[in-house]
Design a protein around this ligand. Sequence first.
Ligand code: ADP
Ligand code: MG
Length: 322
Amino acid sequence: MLSEFDLIARYFTRPLRAGSSAALGVGDDCALLTPPAGMQLAISSDMLVEGRHFFAGADPYQLGHKCLAVNLSDLAAMGARPLAFTLALSLPDADENWLAPFSQGLLTLADAYQCELIGGDTTKGPRNICITIFGAVTAEQALRRDAAKAGDDIWVSGSVGEARLALAGMREEIKLDETTLQAASPRLHSPTPRVALGLALKGIARAAIDISDGLAGDLGHILESSAVGATVDVDALPFGPMLAKQPEDLRRRFALTGGDDYELCFSAAPAERDAVLAAATASGTPLTRIGTIESVPGLRFIDAAGASIDFPYASFDHFAPS
Ligand code: ADP
Ligand code: MG
């Protein structure tokens, strides 16, 4: 059996990348990070708990990818460039058949975003993965939740609801054929953080959030922080191809309340439409305009004909009474 220190050395220690913003990585009491001059640090933590965020027996490579992807997604939503992260890991045992693919999934994504693993903690216990990520954003250019203004367009990247579709298929809440389930599953297990889009939107978008708990609820956080309201056209929502084949009711419900999308939802002035579309092209990210920010508080829904739709929505809440 591997010791704690062998485990860290074998799976989580690598030489620092040339040009790294870390002056010191894994191995000392602290890592040392030099923030780029004139930038603010953007810092976020996300924890994934077995039985809560992922199934026991979940594919370790995909899990390694996902636990970093959800943290990168938070940096994307602030318009921050990834710098480095720490990994706090609680594991029931030092199983190399789990550690090898987990660290590979994690570090492959880390390399793709030049985001370095600079430290962490390793302990024995229930399987639990907590990452703290550090990014850099030009001072005063972070895409905050409290910056939306009445009259802004509301945009969403990619498509929403297919991670929830895959989850429903896996849990057999609904009957999905194997092809549909296979096609939707990567949206649940291997989300793509929209980092390039977040960077391209700096100075263009006003407020932004990443959609982890469902579009309606997460947009609701922007509305609350910005003290505004909004109307969303449910027929304008970008469904992925697998969700588009589902009945209307399920399509709308999953697109608006399904979690785990890791798309960006943001507001921008109508005068910025061309700039927003240029950011979409520059970052290779499809964008859809889905509604408008309004001064009247609350979130309202209409269909393509402009008719009001009564849609009961709720975002995911870990402590909601069930
Ligand atoms: P300390 O005793 O100071 O808490 P540890 O013995 O826990 O330090 O860790 C030794 C070194 O290994 C530290 O630099 C720490 O940041 C790093 N480390 C521990 N666990 C991990 C991990 N899962 N991934 C990356 N680095 C880790
Ligand atoms: Mg120490």
